[in-house]
Write a protein that binds this ligand. Structure first.
Ligand SMILES: [Fe+2]
Length: 479
């Protein structure tokens, strides 16, 4: 006899908002879209022909209550293609193993951030469970990559945003991870990166990874950090490499018990390792920096015996969706960062008690710093960041701050600088940034004159929904 009993009706789990930074939560968007010819307000500068690529974490399937977070989201890439004053929009999820497996199952299988012990009992084992490909849309050597710090990049088709292959330098990369933040040397064209927990021992093992201007791996060295802490970004100057280990530590026993992969330890100083570029990882000198918690680096340079690092610095847990090591929530106010200049003096005898000088810029509360990338690794004048007031520029020569105001419920993404031309002076060009207007459920690409932010947008290219929040991106000229 055939059983004609209908299947139990499927009940979709609730989509919770995704816990994000500063104690905020954001809705999942879950949309792959194509929009030909965005509505434009103003005039898009002809110097801006090219494509802005951006990448962030969305959730194809529901966020798990409060234990989830935005850095655990599925990589969703967007592009704004600018051609002769017209702007076309496209967004596509990165087809990671995790995405494809969950999509086929039509449900969430892999749960908390980097914690397989929280997965659904029937979740198929996949080798790259943590690779959500969600952090940095990186343009390098005319290729587009979706970077994610615990695993290898996915290469993406710059035109269609289709996912190509996982990139590991043709099988040569030994590190299991390649950082989300990498640095391209504007002089040599080299691509500098690191791999945190490069052997998945989670004991503080870090790889230094360097490729030449054409993506050939030319250097990979392993060292042990002072403790198994988070390192999201790093810095390279013309003469030094700076590694920054943050007091959010990994404890596999905690993860096995269902706790967070990272937890904030207020007793630990951040640790800053400085290595001469001409040396090896054996030459790293470590400095300690109590009450200095850093996610991102704006820029860094070497001046004589001093290494200067500019970064948004928080006094406490900069990732407040992770608890402290006792499982307690941390103070969200201590996650707010101030643009700060750290100076490391390499002169004289060195010991493990050495600390940098720490000089916050008055009034410069903000994050997501960018620069004119042609001036990376050297003394520079301008930095751009998402500030408490809007989109801001700091002039390091005069100390002056200038701002295009933007207040909640509008939310700006990272401001990307595009020079007016390849030989324009530093800072002469445009800021391109995506803005979500949550009160109208609309979004836009905002184009500002980088030298006159306060004058307001030169142009806006509108999209008829508030897109997912994106972390980091690149502008590819004439692409
Ligand atoms: Fe980042």
């Amino acid at each position: 006899m055939t059983d004609h009993t209908p299947a139990a009706p499927y009940r979709q789990p609730t989509f919770h908002p995704i816990p994000s930074f500063y104690g905020k939560s954001l809705p999942a968007v879950r949309l792959e879209a194509d929009l030909y010819d965005c509505e434009i307000e103003g005039v898009v500068p002809p110097e801006l022909n090219g494509t802005l690529y951006r990448l962030g974490g969305d959730m194809l399937y529901p966020t798990i209550g409060d234990a989830d977070n935005i850095i655990n989201g599925d990589g969703l890439m967007m592009k704004f293609r600018i051609e002769d004053g017209h702007v076309d929009f496209r967004s596509r999820y990165v087809r990671t193993q995790r995405y494809l497996t969950q999509r086929a199952a039509r449900r969430r299988l892999y749960n908390e951030y980097r914690n397989p012990y929280t997965d659904e009992p029937d979740a198929p084992e996949i080798p790259d469970r943590d690779n959500t490909a969600n952090t940095f849309a990186m343009w390098f050597d005319d290729r587009l990559f979706a970077l994610r710090e615990d695993s290898h990049p996915h290469e993406i088709d710059p035109e269609t945003l289709e996912t190509l292959e996982v990139f590991d330098f043709g099988g040569k990369l030994r590190s299991s991870a390649l950082s989300a933040h990498t640095k391209v040397d504007p002089v040599t064209g080299e691509w500098w990166a690191f791999g945190l927990f490069a052997q998945r021992r989670f004991e503080g093992e870090v790889a230094l990874i360097v490729a030449d201007a054409h993506g050939e791996l030319i250097r990979e060295e392993l060292f042990e950090a002072p403790y198994p802490g988070l390192m999201h970004d790093f810095a390279v100057t013309r003469e030094h490499v700076i590694f920054d280990i943050q007091p959010l530590t990994v404890d596999l026993e905690r993860a096995k018990a269902g706790g967070d992969f990272y937890a904030y330890d207020p007793e630990l100083p951040s640790m800053w390792g400085i290595m001469p570029r001409s040396g090896t990882v054996a030459d790293i000198r470590w400095f300690r920096a109590p009450d200095v918690v850093v996610g991102h680096i704006m820029n860094a340079y070497t001046e004589g015996t001093r290494v200067i690092v500019d970064a948004p610095v928080s006094p406490g847990n900069a990732f407040p969706f992770f608890t402290d090591v006792h499982g307690q929530p941390t103070d969200v106010d201590e996650s707010f960062a101030r643009i700060t200049r750290l100076t490391f003096d390499l002169a004289g005898e060195h010991d493990e008690h050495d600390e940098p000088t720490v000089a916050p810029v008055p009034g410069a509360v903000g994050e997501m710093p960018r620069i004119d990338d042609r001036f990376a690794m050297e003394k520079y004048r301008y930095g751009f960041f998402k500030s408490a007031e809007g989109i801001s520029r700091i002039d390091w020569e005069t100390g002056e701050l200038s701002t295009f105001p933007m207040l909640p419920p509008s939310l700006a993404h990272e401001p990307v600088f595009v020079p007016r031309s390849d030989d324009a002076p530093e800072g002469d060009g445009f800021i391109v940034t995506v803005v979500n207007h949550y009160h109208t459920n609309r979004g836009e690409l905002l184009i500002l004159d980088a030298q006159d932010l306060a004058a307001g947008p030169v142009a806006r290219a509108k999209i008829p929904f508030a897109p997912h929040f994106t972390f980091h991106g690149s502008f590819a000229r004439n692409v």
